[in-house]
Write a protein that binds this ligand. Structure first.
Ligand code: IVH
Length: 662
């Protein structure tokens, strides 16, 4: 009996491999079903025989309460990115600088989620997600349902391999068609579906999704006497893993560029999504010379395909009024899906922008996401015009209050100068309560607008007198005792904010969040700040004439002085409560630029550390930059810093300094 059971496991696993991994079925569906039935019957009658590599686990069934954590034996790193030919050549140059004449392996960058598979004595032992790179989640049950992940490999060895779990475009369509029928929300793309499926606590749900997996990385090649990455790929293929047939050795950058062009063109014909090409140094001893940063190998990088453009109709151009009175034209678009989210609006910035792009209302336009986030109108497809399109005309009156718009000399933007313009007031209030300003949760944009129109909040001081209207508010639709109490609590709480939040919230022209922080820290109290002068202000690093004049102008107005004294009376804190500057030699009076992601600090945390230690931060690298802090996936700032010979601190160095300063 046991012998037959073991034979069945072998036969079914082989059939799965031939069918799913090699795409070459060797037995008929009926034969397969009958083997499976025989296996199930034995397992039911003899549960003591059930083995961990039995294909019966492929159906799922175990339901977990939560995923256990798995610490990766070797951290799972991510890849740096390059976006164009120039950056690919720079990557190549960095390798050549180490005296290497590189050959690369070019691979498809599969758009899924990475997985680590651990085999003990040839049997699948555990599978983990990447997590934060150090600790991932145990997804063994779900991974066992993936037919192309061998439960037993062809050698009884201990080995870890890594790859990408993904789902085919066809499965996405099928699953979405089913969800549409059931009135459920559809998955936006293959990656989201794969990620959602692998995190199912019920493994039979994961099984029903029919995930797949490409293997592309062997973390310990030296243990198997392997000398090149391509050999590692072949070795993993021989063990029974599904290794992508498009992987190719390229002998130089020209061959690499040809490969990229070819794959980019054929991308839409592939049955699965890819978002770029991965480039890996082939020779493993050369990989060793290049080494790693904290987050990615220096011997590999990912070329990301340019963001996809999609077409839609420019239905209208409407104008919005900002807090400062600035008028912005906005594209109203026929809703369209761009890289996973529906786009309906896009800013058109100003009159010149619309004219330069020669946009007409009714045009078919191409849309993309700038930096993969903000939707942007790229151009009008003029060949698709049929004569019904309407010219764009800039307005000359405020769309809200009708005041004649003004354009300052040398500027591109038009302004509504009416300080009583309702829209300007509403936008100023929205700014005042914003998370980065006074951070009053519960006063969202819609609520501010409603309260303004109902007369509850007409100006900033009204916010702090809202409790007078508590009884009316409780009666409003969508409100109740609890939410009114929460809101009033949040308003009270905001009175304790440190001075920089209030300075930023006031909306003084030219005073952004960062400047507000510098000012609060320097002046410490609102009184000191209000009574300053242009001279004193321009002596502060980062404060120029324009900002200084704007501040002095603001406080010269009687209504603004009254606002501050009213707020004082209402009990708002007027002092700086943040950390005082504590100059440290490595930081004091130096200008820093941060690029990429750091392991231990968010960008904001790093910025405030720099400021606390007496340094300054800037967004762009120039000759004035003293230090560039480089984390994972740095942008072009890193290259620029290298070109300019600016001191670079990597993640390890930052951690080392912080350790010393603790
Ligand atoms: S190699 C140390 N190869 O892309 C090497 N990654 O943006 C680690 N990916 O985290 C990865 N296809 O999830 C590699 N052929 C491929 C890949 C690939 C997709 C993913 C992987 C990685 C991410 C980085």
């Amino acid at each position: 009996m046991e012998e037959r059971y073991l034979e069945l496991i072998k036969l079914i696993n082989e059939a799965d491999y031939n069918y799913h991994t090699l795409d070459k079925p060797t037995i008929t569906d009926q034969e397969y079903d009958s083997l499976l039935r025989e296996l199930y019957n034995i397992e039911e009658a003899h549960p003591e025989l059930v083995r961990s590599d039995s294909p019966s686990h492929r159906a799922g069934g175990q339901v977990l309460d939560e995923f256990k954590k798995i610490t990766h034996a070797i951290p799972m790193l991510s890849l740096s990115n390059v976006f164009n030919e120039e950056e690919i050549r720079l990557f190549d140059e960095r390798i050549r600088k180490e005296g290497i004449d590189p050959k690369y392996v070019a691979e498809l960058k599969i758009d899924g989620l990475s997985v680590s598979l651990n085999y003990k004595n040839g049997k699948l032992f555990s599978a983990a997600t990447r997590g934060d790179g150090v600790v991932g989640e145990d997804i063994t049950n779900n991974v066992k349902t993936i037919k192309t992940v061998p439960l037993t490999i062809n050698k009884p060895i201990d080995i870890e391999v890594r790859g990408e779990i993904y789902i085919s475009k066809k499965r996405l369509e099928e699953i979405n068609a089913d969800r549409r029928k059931k009135g459920l929300e559809e998955y936006q793309n293959c990656r989201n579906l794969a990620a959602g499926s692998i995190r199912q606590l019920d493994s039979s749900v994961a099984a029903s999704r029919k995930l797949d997996c490409w293997i592309y990385h062997l973390p310990n090649p030296q243990d198997y006497g392997i000398k090149t990455h391509f050999e590692a790929l072949m070795f993993m293929k021989e063990l029974g893993f599904k290794v992508n047939p498009n992987n190719k050795i390229v002998n130089n950058i020209e061959e690499l560029l040809d490969y990229i062009k070819d794959k980019q063109e054929k991308r839409d014909n592939l049955p699965y999504d890819i978002d770029g090409i991965v480039i890996k140094l082939n020779n493993l001893s050369e990989q060793k010379i290049m080494g790693f940063t904290a987050k990615y190998p220096k011997w590999a990088t990912a070329y990301k395909f340019p963001a996809k453009e999609v077409y839609t109709k420019l239905e209208d151009i409407i104008f919005t009024v900002g807090r400062t009175g600035q008028i912005t034209p906005n594209a109203v678009l026929s809703p369209v899906l761009v890289q996973g989210s529906t786009v309906r609006r896009a800013t058109l910035h100003n009159e010149d922008y619309v004219k330069e792009k020669d946009l007409k209302i009714g045009d078919i336009v191409s849309i993309r996401k700038a930096g993969d986030v903000i939707p942007e109108v790229v151009e009008a497809i003029t060949e698709r015009r049929d004569g019904t399109e309407k010219e764009f005309h800039m307005i000359d009156k405020c769309p809200i209050c009708g005041t004649k718009l003004v354009k300052k000399e040398g500027q591109v933007d038009y302004f509504c100068t009416n300080e009583k313009c309702d829209k300007r007031n509403i936008e100023s209030l929205i700014h005042f309560v914003d998370r980065h300003a006074m951070n009053i949760s519960g006063l969202g944009e819609r609520i501010i607008e409603d309260f303004y129109n109902m007369g509850f909040i007409k100006n900033i001081t009204d916010i702090y007198q809202l409790k007078k209207h508590a009884e009316d508010l409780v009666e409003l639709e969508g409100f109740g005792n609890k939410s009114v109490n929460n809101l009033l609590g949040a308003i009270e709480e905001s009175k304790n904010n440190s001075l920089e939040k209030l300075i930023f919230a006031l909306g003084i022209e030219q005073v952004g969040e960062k400047t507000a922080k510098v000012l609060a820290r320097r002046f410490e109290t609102m009184d000191n700040f209000m009574n300053t002068s242009v001279d004193i202000l321009t002596n502060i690093q980062d404060i120029g004439e324009i900002i200084a004049t704007s501040i002095v102008d603001y406080f010269s107005k009687e209504e603004n002085q009254k606002l501050i004294s009213d707020l004082k009376e209402l009990g708002l804190n007027m002092n700086y409560l943040g950390e005082k500057i504590e100059e440290k030699e490595e930081f004091a009076n130096k200008t820093f630029v941060i690029t990429g992601t750091l392991t231990n600090y968010t960008r904001d945390e790093m910025k405030s550390i720099i400021e606390n230690f007496g340094g300054h931060t800037s967004e762009s690298v120039s000759k004035k930059t003293d230090v560039v802090i480089v984390g994972d996936n740095p942008g072009s700032k890193y290259d620029k810093a290298q070109k300019l010979g600016i001191t670079i601190w990597d993640d390890d160095y930052v951690n080392q300094i912080m350790e010393e300063y603790k």
